[in-house]
Design a protein around this ligand. Sequence first.
Ligand code: ADP
Ligand code: GN1
Ligand code: MG
Length: 358
Amino acid sequence: MSYDIKDVIFHFGVDGECELFGNGHINDTYFVYSTPPCILQKVNTNTFKEPVKVMENIKAVTEHISKKLEKDGGDMDRGTLRFLDSDSGVPYYITENGDFFRMYRFVGGAHSCDSTDDPMQLYYAAKAFGHFQNMLADFPAEKLHEVIVNFHNTKSRYADFKKAVAEDLSGRACNCADEIKFVLDREADASVVVDDIAAGKIPLRVTHNDTKINNVLLDDVTGEGVCVIDLDTVMPGSLLYDFGDALRSGGSSGAEDEPDLSKIWFDAAKFEAFTKGFLEVLPSITERELELLPFSVKLMTLECGSRFLADYLNGDTYFRTHYPEHNLVRARTQFKLVADIESKHDELMEIVEKAVNK
Ligand code: ADP
Ligand code: GN1
Ligand code: MG
Protein backbone atom coordinates (compact mmCIF):
# COMPACT_ATOMS: atom_id res chain seq x y z
CA MET A 1 0.00 0.00 0.00
CA SER A 2 1.57 3.27 -1.12
CA TYR A 3 -0.63 5.46 1.08
CA ASP A 4 -1.17 6.08 4.78
CA ILE A 5 -4.87 5.37 5.25
CA LYS A 6 -5.09 7.18 8.59
CA ASP A 7 -3.71 10.29 6.92
CA VAL A 8 -6.17 9.93 4.04
CA ILE A 9 -9.24 9.79 6.29
CA PHE A 10 -7.84 12.65 8.38
CA HIS A 11 -8.06 14.83 5.22
CA PHE A 12 -11.83 14.20 5.29
CA GLY A 13 -12.00 15.25 8.95
CA VAL A 14 -12.64 11.66 10.07
CA ASP A 15 -10.92 9.39 12.55
CA GLY A 16 -11.27 5.64 13.18
CA GLU A 17 -9.99 2.22 12.20
CA CYS A 18 -10.48 1.05 8.59
CA GLU A 19 -10.93 -2.39 7.10
CA LEU A 20 -11.43 -3.70 3.56
CA PHE A 21 -15.10 -4.09 2.72
CA GLY A 22 -17.43 -5.40 -0.01
CA ASN A 23 -16.85 -7.49 -3.13
CA GLY A 24 -16.59 -4.92 -5.91
CA HIS A 25 -14.36 -5.74 -8.88
CA ILE A 26 -13.13 -2.22 -9.54
CA ASN A 27 -12.55 0.12 -6.59
CA ASP A 28 -10.89 -0.56 -3.21
CA THR A 29 -13.58 -0.11 -0.57
CA TYR A 30 -12.96 0.34 3.17
CA PHE A 31 -15.37 0.50 6.08
CA VAL A 32 -14.35 3.30 8.46
CA TYR A 33 -15.26 2.83 12.15
CA SER A 34 -15.91 6.54 12.66
CA THR A 35 -18.91 8.23 14.23
CA PRO A 36 -21.02 8.11 12.13
CA PRO A 37 -19.47 5.21 10.15
CA CYS A 38 -18.20 5.96 6.66
CA ILE A 39 -17.08 4.25 3.47
CA LEU A 40 -13.71 5.20 2.02
CA GLN A 41 -12.95 4.28 -1.57
CA LYS A 42 -9.80 4.41 -3.61
CA VAL A 43 -11.13 4.96 -7.10
CA ASN A 44 -9.55 2.74 -9.72
CA THR A 45 -7.90 5.26 -12.03
CA ASN A 46 -6.96 2.55 -14.51
CA THR A 47 -10.72 2.12 -15.11
CA PHE A 48 -11.69 5.74 -14.54
CA LYS A 49 -8.98 7.79 -16.24
CA GLU A 50 -10.64 11.10 -15.27
CA PRO A 51 -11.84 10.58 -11.69
CA VAL A 52 -12.62 14.27 -11.13
CA LYS A 53 -15.21 14.00 -13.91
CA VAL A 54 -16.61 10.86 -12.25
CA MET A 55 -17.08 12.85 -9.04
CA GLU A 56 -18.67 15.77 -10.93
CA ASN A 57 -21.23 13.32 -12.36
CA ILE A 58 -21.89 11.69 -9.00
CA LYS A 59 -22.24 14.98 -7.14
CA ALA A 60 -24.69 16.32 -9.72
CA VAL A 61 -26.74 13.11 -9.67
CA THR A 62 -26.83 12.72 -5.88
CA GLU A 63 -27.80 16.39 -5.42
CA HIS A 64 -30.61 15.94 -7.94
CA ILE A 65 -31.83 12.84 -6.11
CA SER A 66 -31.57 14.57 -2.70
CA LYS A 67 -33.85 17.36 -3.93
CA LYS A 68 -36.37 14.78 -5.14
CA LEU A 69 -36.25 12.95 -1.81
CA GLU A 70 -36.78 16.20 0.07
CA LYS A 71 -39.73 17.17 -2.14
CA ASP A 72 -41.36 13.72 -1.97
CA GLY A 73 -40.72 13.12 1.74
CA GLY A 74 -38.16 10.36 0.99
CA ASP A 75 -35.35 9.13 3.25
CA MET A 76 -32.82 11.99 3.12
CA ASP A 77 -30.32 10.08 5.26
CA ARG A 78 -30.26 6.76 3.43
CA GLY A 79 -31.93 7.38 0.03
CA THR A 80 -28.76 8.39 -1.79
CA LEU A 81 -25.01 8.47 -1.23
CA ARG A 82 -23.79 11.47 0.81
CA PHE A 83 -20.20 12.47 0.12
CA LEU A 84 -17.84 14.30 2.48
CA ASP A 85 -15.64 17.12 1.28
CA SER A 86 -11.92 16.87 1.99
CA ASP A 87 -9.95 19.75 3.49
CA SER A 88 -9.42 21.03 -0.07
CA GLY A 89 -13.18 21.73 -0.28
CA VAL A 90 -13.81 19.06 -2.95
CA PRO A 91 -15.41 15.62 -2.58
CA TYR A 92 -12.12 13.79 -3.05
CA TYR A 93 -8.53 13.75 -1.86
CA ILE A 94 -5.53 12.97 -4.05
CA THR A 95 -2.35 11.75 -2.35
CA GLU A 96 1.16 12.80 -3.35
CA ASN A 97 1.42 9.54 -5.32
CA GLY A 98 -1.76 10.33 -7.23
CA ASP A 99 -4.07 7.86 -5.42
CA PHE A 100 -7.63 9.16 -5.67
CA PHE A 101 -9.92 8.80 -2.64
CA ARG A 102 -13.51 9.69 -1.81
CA MET A 103 -15.52 9.23 1.35
CA TYR A 104 -19.23 8.93 1.99
CA ARG A 105 -21.59 7.98 4.77
CA PHE A 106 -22.16 4.31 5.38
CA VAL A 107 -25.83 3.44 4.86
CA GLY A 108 -26.78 1.67 8.08
CA GLY A 109 -29.40 -1.00 8.67
CA ALA A 110 -29.08 -2.26 5.10
CA HIS A 111 -27.20 -4.91 3.17
CA SER A 112 -26.36 -5.91 -0.39
CA CYS A 113 -26.48 -9.44 -1.84
CA ASP A 114 -23.93 -10.81 -4.31
CA SER A 115 -26.54 -13.37 -5.33
CA THR A 116 -29.86 -14.38 -3.85
CA ASP A 117 -32.32 -17.25 -3.67
CA ASP A 118 -35.23 -15.07 -2.68
CA PRO A 119 -37.35 -13.63 -5.54
CA MET A 120 -38.68 -10.95 -3.14
CA GLN A 121 -35.18 -9.46 -3.02
CA LEU A 122 -35.34 -9.17 -6.79
CA TYR A 123 -38.73 -7.50 -6.56
CA TYR A 124 -37.46 -4.88 -4.11
CA ALA A 125 -34.18 -4.37 -6.00
CA ALA A 126 -36.18 -3.80 -9.21
CA LYS A 127 -38.31 -1.16 -7.55
CA ALA A 128 -35.19 0.58 -6.26
CA PHE A 129 -33.46 0.59 -9.67
CA GLY A 130 -36.69 1.67 -11.39
CA HIS A 131 -37.24 4.43 -8.84
CA PHE A 132 -33.62 5.56 -9.31
CA GLN A 133 -34.26 5.91 -13.02
CA ASN A 134 -37.50 7.79 -12.42
CA MET A 135 -35.76 10.27 -10.15
CA LEU A 136 -33.28 10.96 -12.95
CA ALA A 137 -35.88 11.18 -15.73
CA ASP A 138 -35.66 15.01 -15.71
CA PHE A 139 -31.90 15.18 -15.11
CA PRO A 140 -30.17 17.14 -17.90
CA ALA A 141 -28.21 14.35 -19.61
CA GLU A 142 -25.89 16.80 -21.37
CA LYS A 143 -24.40 17.66 -17.95
CA LEU A 144 -22.92 14.16 -17.64
CA HIS A 145 -19.39 13.35 -18.76
CA GLU A 146 -19.02 10.07 -20.65
CA VAL A 147 -16.52 8.73 -18.12
CA ILE A 148 -16.05 5.40 -19.89
CA VAL A 149 -16.63 5.87 -23.58
CA ASN A 150 -18.89 3.27 -25.24
CA PHE A 151 -19.41 1.50 -21.90
CA HIS A 152 -22.42 -0.51 -23.10
CA ASN A 153 -21.89 -0.09 -26.81
CA THR A 154 -22.04 -3.79 -27.60
CA LYS A 155 -20.70 -3.29 -31.12
CA SER A 156 -17.59 -1.62 -29.77
CA ARG A 157 -17.35 -4.32 -27.04
CA TYR A 158 -17.20 -6.87 -29.88
CA ALA A 159 -14.40 -4.91 -31.53
CA ASP A 160 -12.51 -4.93 -28.18
CA PHE A 161 -13.12 -8.66 -27.85
CA LYS A 162 -11.81 -9.45 -31.33
CA LYS A 163 -8.73 -7.32 -30.65
CA ALA A 164 -8.08 -9.27 -27.43
CA VAL A 165 -8.39 -12.57 -29.33
CA ALA A 166 -6.11 -11.39 -32.14
CA GLU A 167 -3.44 -10.05 -29.78
CA ASP A 168 -3.72 -12.89 -27.22
CA LEU A 169 -1.37 -10.98 -24.91
CA SER A 170 -1.53 -13.65 -22.23
CA GLY A 171 -1.03 -16.60 -24.61
CA ARG A 172 -4.24 -18.13 -23.19
CA ALA A 173 -6.41 -18.26 -26.33
CA CYS A 174 -5.54 -21.94 -26.74
CA ASN A 175 -7.30 -22.65 -23.37
CA CYS A 176 -10.62 -21.18 -24.41
CA ALA A 177 -11.31 -21.83 -28.09
CA ASP A 178 -14.92 -22.97 -27.37
CA GLU A 179 -15.66 -19.88 -25.30
CA ILE A 180 -14.21 -17.58 -27.98
CA LYS A 181 -16.40 -19.27 -30.58
CA PHE A 182 -19.44 -18.90 -28.31
CA VAL A 183 -18.98 -15.11 -28.32
CA LEU A 184 -18.16 -14.78 -32.02
CA ASP A 185 -21.22 -16.87 -33.01
CA ARG A 186 -23.47 -14.25 -31.42
CA GLU A 187 -22.03 -11.11 -32.99
CA ALA A 188 -25.36 -10.26 -34.70
CA ASP A 189 -26.89 -9.66 -31.23
CA ALA A 190 -24.51 -6.76 -30.63
CA SER A 191 -26.28 -4.41 -33.05
CA VAL A 192 -29.87 -4.77 -31.85
CA VAL A 193 -30.04 -2.19 -29.05
CA VAL A 194 -27.36 0.23 -30.28
CA ASP A 195 -28.90 0.39 -33.76
CA ASP A 196 -32.37 0.99 -32.32
CA ILE A 197 -31.04 3.79 -30.12
CA ALA A 198 -29.29 5.36 -33.12
CA ALA A 199 -32.52 5.09 -35.15
CA GLY A 200 -34.54 6.72 -32.34
CA LYS A 201 -36.57 3.55 -31.75
CA ILE A 202 -35.34 3.22 -28.17
CA PRO A 203 -35.12 6.36 -25.98
CA LEU A 204 -31.80 7.40 -24.51
CA ARG A 205 -32.29 7.91 -20.76
CA VAL A 206 -30.03 8.69 -17.81
CA THR A 207 -29.21 5.22 -16.53
CA HIS A 208 -27.05 3.63 -13.86
CA ASN A 209 -25.24 1.21 -16.20
CA ASP A 210 -23.85 -1.05 -13.47
CA THR A 211 -26.96 -2.52 -11.84
CA LYS A 212 -25.25 -5.62 -10.54
CA ILE A 213 -27.48 -6.87 -7.76
CA ASN A 214 -24.93 -5.98 -5.08
CA ASN A 215 -25.16 -2.33 -6.12
CA VAL A 216 -28.48 -1.86 -4.35
CA LEU A 217 -28.83 -1.80 -0.57
CA LEU A 218 -31.90 -3.49 0.95
CA ASP A 219 -33.32 -2.70 4.37
CA ASP A 220 -32.33 -5.27 7.03
CA VAL A 221 -35.85 -5.31 8.51
CA THR A 222 -38.36 -4.70 5.70
CA GLY A 223 -36.22 -6.01 2.82
CA GLU A 224 -37.21 -2.98 0.73
CA GLY A 225 -34.71 -1.11 -1.45
CA VAL A 226 -33.01 1.70 0.44
CA CYS A 227 -30.26 3.10 -1.76
CA VAL A 228 -28.73 2.53 -5.18
CA ILE A 229 -24.94 2.73 -4.87
CA ASP A 230 -21.84 2.51 -7.09
CA LEU A 231 -22.74 5.54 -9.17
CA ASP A 232 -19.49 5.76 -11.16
CA THR A 233 -21.09 4.84 -14.46
CA VAL A 234 -24.27 6.94 -14.37
CA MET A 235 -24.42 8.17 -17.95
CA PRO A 236 -26.88 8.36 -20.83
CA GLY A 237 -27.90 4.82 -21.76
CA SER A 238 -30.82 2.49 -22.23
CA LEU A 239 -33.23 1.23 -19.62
CA LEU A 240 -32.50 -2.17 -21.17
CA TYR A 241 -28.93 -2.01 -19.89
CA ASP A 242 -30.10 -1.59 -16.31
CA PHE A 243 -32.82 -4.21 -16.56
CA GLY A 244 -30.54 -6.69 -18.33
CA ASP A 245 -27.54 -6.28 -16.05
CA ALA A 246 -29.58 -6.58 -12.85
CA LEU A 247 -31.00 -9.90 -14.04
CA ARG A 248 -27.67 -11.10 -15.39
CA SER A 249 -26.47 -11.10 -11.80
CA GLY A 250 -29.72 -11.40 -9.82
CA GLY A 251 -31.46 -13.93 -12.09
CA SER A 252 -28.68 -16.47 -11.88
CA SER A 253 -29.03 -19.56 -9.71
CA GLY A 254 -25.53 -19.06 -8.33
CA ALA A 255 -22.47 -16.90 -7.91
CA GLU A 256 -20.91 -15.02 -10.81
CA ASP A 257 -17.77 -17.12 -10.34
CA GLU A 258 -19.34 -20.51 -9.54
CA PRO A 259 -16.89 -23.05 -11.01
CA ASP A 260 -19.44 -25.91 -11.07
CA LEU A 261 -21.55 -25.08 -14.12
CA SER A 262 -24.15 -27.72 -13.22
CA LYS A 263 -25.19 -25.27 -10.47
CA ILE A 264 -25.76 -22.40 -12.91
CA TRP A 265 -29.02 -21.69 -14.73
CA PHE A 266 -31.28 -18.73 -15.34
CA ASP A 267 -34.17 -18.61 -12.88
CA ALA A 268 -37.48 -17.56 -14.49
CA ALA A 269 -39.07 -16.98 -11.05
CA LYS A 270 -36.45 -14.32 -10.29
CA PHE A 271 -37.05 -12.80 -13.73
CA GLU A 272 -40.77 -12.65 -12.95
CA ALA A 273 -40.25 -10.97 -9.57
CA PHE A 274 -37.82 -8.39 -10.97
CA THR A 275 -40.02 -7.64 -14.01
CA LYS A 276 -43.03 -7.13 -11.75
CA GLY A 277 -41.20 -4.62 -9.53
CA PHE A 278 -39.62 -2.78 -12.46
CA LEU A 279 -42.86 -2.37 -14.41
CA GLU A 280 -44.77 -1.30 -11.31
CA VAL A 281 -42.60 1.77 -10.95
CA LEU A 282 -41.72 2.51 -14.60
CA PRO A 283 -44.93 3.22 -16.50
CA SER A 284 -42.92 5.26 -19.04
CA ILE A 285 -41.45 2.10 -20.59
CA THR A 286 -42.09 1.90 -24.35
CA GLU A 287 -43.45 -1.00 -26.44
CA ARG A 288 -40.07 -1.62 -28.05
CA GLU A 289 -38.32 -1.68 -24.67
CA LEU A 290 -40.89 -4.17 -23.37
CA GLU A 291 -40.37 -6.37 -26.40
CA LEU A 292 -36.62 -6.44 -25.77
CA LEU A 293 -36.65 -7.08 -21.99
CA PRO A 294 -35.80 -10.81 -22.19
CA PHE A 295 -33.26 -10.17 -24.97
CA SER A 296 -31.60 -7.44 -22.86
CA VAL A 297 -30.77 -9.96 -20.14
CA LYS A 298 -29.09 -12.20 -22.68
CA LEU A 299 -27.29 -9.23 -24.27
CA MET A 300 -25.90 -7.87 -21.00
CA THR A 301 -24.84 -11.35 -19.91
CA LEU A 302 -23.10 -11.93 -23.23
CA GLU A 303 -21.42 -8.52 -23.00
CA CYS A 304 -20.21 -9.18 -19.47
CA GLY A 305 -18.96 -12.68 -20.35
CA SER A 306 -17.09 -11.31 -23.36
CA ARG A 307 -15.50 -8.64 -21.13
CA PHE A 308 -14.35 -11.29 -18.61
CA LEU A 309 -12.96 -13.41 -21.44
CA ALA A 310 -11.25 -10.43 -23.10
CA ASP A 311 -9.66 -9.58 -19.75
CA TYR A 312 -8.49 -13.19 -19.39
CA LEU A 313 -6.89 -12.95 -22.85
CA ASN A 314 -5.38 -9.54 -22.04
CA GLY A 315 -3.75 -10.89 -18.85
CA ASP A 316 -6.25 -9.80 -16.13
CA THR A 317 -5.66 -6.08 -16.27
CA TYR A 318 -9.22 -4.78 -15.70
CA PHE A 319 -11.28 -6.82 -13.20
CA ARG A 320 -9.95 -7.72 -9.76
CA THR A 321 -9.15 -11.45 -9.78
CA HIS A 322 -8.37 -13.78 -6.88
CA TYR A 323 -6.73 -16.65 -8.79
CA PRO A 324 -5.25 -17.10 -12.29
CA GLU A 325 -8.30 -18.60 -14.04
CA HIS A 326 -10.85 -16.38 -12.26
CA ASN A 327 -11.90 -14.38 -15.33
CA LEU A 328 -12.29 -17.55 -17.40
CA VAL A 329 -14.48 -19.11 -14.69
CA ARG A 330 -16.59 -15.95 -14.60
CA ALA A 331 -16.89 -15.93 -18.41
CA ARG A 332 -18.06 -19.56 -18.41
CA THR A 333 -20.87 -18.89 -15.91
CA GLN A 334 -22.03 -16.01 -18.10
CA PHE A 335 -22.08 -18.19 -21.22
CA LYS A 336 -23.99 -20.95 -19.41
CA LEU A 337 -26.57 -18.29 -18.49
CA VAL A 338 -26.70 -16.92 -22.05
CA ALA A 339 -27.46 -20.37 -23.45
CA ASP A 340 -30.17 -20.91 -20.83
CA ILE A 341 -31.74 -17.48 -21.42
CA GLU A 342 -31.82 -18.25 -25.16
CA SER A 343 -33.67 -21.50 -24.52
CA LYS A 344 -36.16 -19.74 -22.19
CA HIS A 345 -36.81 -16.68 -24.34
CA ASP A 346 -40.47 -17.44 -25.11
CA GLU A 347 -41.23 -18.29 -21.48
CA LEU A 348 -39.65 -14.99 -20.37
CA MET A 349 -41.63 -13.05 -23.00
CA GLU A 350 -44.85 -14.57 -21.66
CA ILE A 351 -43.87 -13.40 -18.17
CA VAL A 352 -43.40 -9.85 -19.49
CA GLU A 353 -46.78 -9.95 -21.24
CA LYS A 354 -48.47 -11.23 -18.10
CA ALA A 355 -46.86 -8.45 -16.02
CA VAL A 356 -47.99 -5.79 -18.52
CA ASN A 357 -51.58 -7.03 -18.61
CA LYS A 358 -52.02 -7.13 -14.85
P1 ADP B 1 -17.19 -1.30 -6.62
O1 ADP B 1 -17.23 -0.21 -7.68
O2 ADP B 1 -15.83 -1.79 -6.42
O3 ADP B 1 -18.19 -2.37 -6.92
P2 ADP B 1 -19.07 -0.32 -4.60
O4 ADP B 1 -19.30 1.16 -4.53
O5 ADP B 1 -20.14 -1.10 -5.26
O6 ADP B 1 -17.63 -0.59 -5.25
O7 ADP B 1 -18.86 -0.85 -3.10
C1 ADP B 1 -18.52 -2.20 -2.85
C2 ADP B 1 -19.48 -2.82 -1.83
O8 ADP B 1 -19.42 -2.09 -0.58
C3 ADP B 1 -20.97 -2.78 -2.21
O9 ADP B 1 -21.37 -3.88 -2.99
C4 ADP B 1 -21.66 -2.74 -0.85
O10 ADP B 1 -21.79 -4.06 -0.33
C5 ADP B 1 -20.68 -1.99 0.04
N1 ADP B 1 -21.05 -0.54 0.16
C6 ADP B 1 -20.61 0.44 -0.63
N2 ADP B 1 -21.09 1.63 -0.24
C7 ADP B 1 -21.88 1.40 0.84
C8 ADP B 1 -22.65 2.25 1.72
N3 ADP B 1 -22.72 3.59 1.57
N4 ADP B 1 -23.31 1.67 2.74
C9 ADP B 1 -23.24 0.34 2.92
N5 ADP B 1 -22.53 -0.50 2.14
C10 ADP B 1 -21.85 0.00 1.11
C1 GN1 C 1 -17.85 -4.32 -12.36
O1 GN1 C 1 -17.81 -2.29 -9.92
P1 GN1 C 1 -18.62 -3.54 -9.91
O2 GN1 C 1 -17.94 -4.70 -9.30
O3 GN1 C 1 -20.00 -3.24 -9.34
C2 GN1 C 1 -17.99 -3.59 -13.69
C3 GN1 C 1 -19.34 -3.92 -14.32
C4 GN1 C 1 -19.46 -5.42 -14.53
C5 GN1 C 1 -19.25 -6.11 -13.18
C6 GN1 C 1 -19.23 -7.62 -13.33
C7 GN1 C 1 -17.01 0.04 -13.97
O4 GN1 C 1 -18.86 -3.87 -11.49
O5 GN1 C 1 -19.45 -3.28 -15.59
O6 GN1 C 1 -20.73 -5.74 -15.06
O7 GN1 C 1 -18.00 -5.71 -12.58
N1 GN1 C 1 -17.86 -2.15 -13.48
C8 GN1 C 1 -17.09 -1.41 -14.30
O8 GN1 C 1 -19.32 -8.21 -12.11
O9 GN1 C 1 -16.48 -1.87 -15.27
MG1 MG D 1 -20.25 -2.32 -6.93
